[in-house]
Design a protein around this ligand. Structure first.
Ligand code: UD1
Length: 420
C-alpha cells in the first residue's frame, strides 16, 4: 500500500486547478440511469469513488463510456438489465445507495445491499426507505439487502424529512422525476451538489420547482431524455487547499473555485486571519496574519460543512488561542484527533465537541489516515510540521482527492508518494 511522505515548513505559492465535485458527480452519474438516452457529464473528477460508481452502474447493464482519453467526459445511459446492487460494491462506497431511487423509478424493482455503518458513524438509510415507501414502494430488508418494488410505479407524495439528509433528498428527488403526480420534499437538503443535480434533471426534462430552497416540488413526467451537463467545482477540495495556503503561511490561487459555494468556510477563515479574494479565474487565498483560534459548529448547507471539519481542525492546531469545534452531523467524526495529537497537537474531545489549544509548532510523525477528509487533515498538519511525516492508508485520500501530491508539489511542497 502506498504512503505519502511530507517534509513540512515550506510556504505554498502558486495555483491549483480545482476539479469537478465528487459529491455532485456521484448522484449525477446515477441520474444517467433515469433515461435510455445519453447523459453526457463533463468535468468528471478522476477518483476511486467515480470508478466504483462506474462499475456499479455498468453492472446494472447501463453503459458508462468515457468520451475522451482522460475520462473527464462520461456518457451514461441505456436499458437497465439487472436491478441488483451487490454487497461487494456497495460496501466500498455508501453513495451506492443512490441507485435505489433511479432503479425503482425506471424498472419498478431494486435489490440493493444495505451500506451498513462506516468509520465516521452509523449512517443509516431509513430516510431514503421511508420516503420511497411514502411514494408507494414496498420495502423489505432481508439478508442484508433492501428489496424494493413498486409494481404500479411510484406515486407522488408529500414527504417531510425529520432532519436534513443530502443522500435521501437526492434519492427521492430522482425517484420523483418519473413518479405519477406531484411530490413535495419538505426540509430538503440544499447543498450546491443538490442544486447541480436538480439543474441536470431539469435539462433532462424533469419538472422541479424550489431548487436551492428547503422545499422541492416535483411534477412527475413519463420519461426523461439525454442532456449535456458540466459538473460544478468541488467546494471541499477548494476549501481543503484554502487551508493548505493558510497553514503553510503562503498564498494559493484556486482556479475554478467559487466563493458563493463556500461562504461559511470563507467567513470563518477570514475571522482566523486568512484573506480570500475573488479573481477572474478563481479564488486567491493568503494568510494575512497570525492565525487565531475561532470556534465552529458543523451544520447542513449553508452552514459550515462537516466535510471541512477535519481540515479546519488541522489549521486550529497551530493557531493562537483555543477553538471549539462542534460536530453536529456525524457522531464519530474525530478519528483524526489521536493522529494530530501524535504530531504534537493539543486536542481534547468532549462528546460531540473538540477543544483545540493552539501550539507554536507541530512535529512530523508516522500517522494513519482513518477516512477521506481526515486524511487531508493529516496532509495539512504535515505541511506545517517540523520534520518528516509519513501518512499510511492513503487509499482513503484517493477516494476523493485527485493527484494531491502533484498539485501540492507544484506549489512548493516537499511531498511524494512512495509505493510500499
Ligand atoms: C453526504 C456526503 C458526505 C457529507 C454528508 C453531509 C455524498 C456522496 N456524501 O453524505 O460527504 O459528509 O452528505 O454533508 O454526497 N441519516 C440518517 N438516516 C438516513 C440518512 C442519513 O439517520 O436515512 C443521518 C446520517 O447518519 C448523518 C446525517 O443524517 O448523521 C446526515 O447524513 P446525509 O446528509 O444523508 O449524508 P450522506 O448523504 O450520506
Amino acid at each position: 500500500m502506498d504512503v505519502i511522505r511530507i517534509r513540512g515548513g515550506r510556504p505554498l505559492e502558486g495555483s491549483i486547478e480545482i476539479g469537478g465535485a465528487k459529491n455532485a458527480a456521484l448522484p449525477l452519474m446515477t441520474a444517467g440511469m433515469l433515461t435510455d438516452e445519453r447523459l453526457v457529464l463533463s468535468n468528471v473528477p478522476k477518483l476511486a469513488d467515480i470508478r466504483t460508481m462506474s462499475s456499479l452502474i455498468s453492472q446494472h447493464g447501463v453503459a458508462v463510456e468515457p468520451q475522451e482519453p482522460e475520462g473527464r467526459r462520461l456518457s451514461i445511459g441505456g436499458a437497465i438489465t439487472n436491478d441488483e446492487a451487490p454487497y461487494d460494491i456497495v460496501s466500498k462506497m455508501r453513495a451506492s445507495i443512490l441507485v435505489l431511487g433511479p432503479l425503482l423509478a425506471r424498472v419498478r424493482t431494486a435489490r440493493v445491499s444495505l451500506p451498513g455503518g462506516c468509520a465516521i458513524g452509523a449512517r443509516p438509510v431509513d430516510l431514503h426507505l421511508k420516503g420511497l415507501e411514502q411514494m408507494g414502494a414496498t420495502i423489505k430488508l432481508e439478508g442484508g439487502y433492501v428489496d424494493a418494488s413498486a409494481p404500479q410505479g411510484l406515486k407522488g407524495a408529500t414527504i417531510l424529512m425529520p432532519f436534513v439528509s443530502v443522500g435521501a433528498t437526492e434519492n427521492l428527488l430522482m425517484a420523483a422525476t418519473l413518479a405519477d403526480g406531484r411530490t413535495t420534499i419538505a426540509n430538503a437538503a440544499r447543498e450546491p451538489e443538490i442544486i447541480d443535480l436538480a439543474h441536470c434533471l431539469i435539462a433532462m426534462g424533469a419538472r422541479i420547482e424550489g431548487v436551492g430552497t428547503d422545499k422541492l416540488v416535483i411534477e412527475g413526467v413519463k420519461r426523461l431524455h439525454g442532456a449535456d451537463h458540466r459538473i460544478i467545482p468541488d467546494r471541499i477540495e477548494a476549501g481543503s487547499y484554502a487551508c493548505a495556503a493558510a497553514i503553510s503561511g503562503g498564498s494559493l490561487l484556486l482556479r475554478g473555485a467559487r466563493l458563493d459555494q463556500m461562504e461559511a468556510l470563507a467567513r470563518t477563515l477570514a475571522e482566523c486571519g486568512v484573506e480570500i479574494s475573488e479573481q477572474s479565474d478563481g479564488l486567491l487565498v493568503t494568510r494575512a496574519r497570525t492565525l487565531s483560534g475561532t470556534d465552529v459548529s458543523t451544520e447542513p448547507y449553508p452552514g459550515f460543512p462537516t466535510d471541512m471539519q477535519a481540515q479546519y481542525m488541522a489549521l486550529m492546531c497551530v493557531a493562537e488561542g483555543a477553538a471549539m469545534l462542534s460536530e453536529t452531523i456525524f457522531e464519530n467524526r474525530f478519528m483524526h484527533v489521536p493522529e494530530l495529537n501524535r504530531m504534537g497537537a493539543r486536542i481534547n474531545v468532549h462528546g460531540a465537541s473538540a477543544i483545540v489549544r493552539g501550539v507554536p509548532s507541530l512535529s512530523g510523525a508516522p500517522v494513519m489516515a482513518t477516512d477521506l477528509r481526515a486524511s487531508l487533515s493529516l496532509v495539512l498538519a504535515a505541511l506545517a510540521a517540523k520534520g518528516q511525516t509519513t501518512i499510511s492508508r492513503v487509499y482513503h485520500l484517493d477516494r476523493g482527492y485527485e493527484a494531491v501530491e502533484r498539485k501540492l508539489a507544484a506549489c512548493g511542497a516537499d511531498i511524494e508518494r512512495l509505493s510500499a
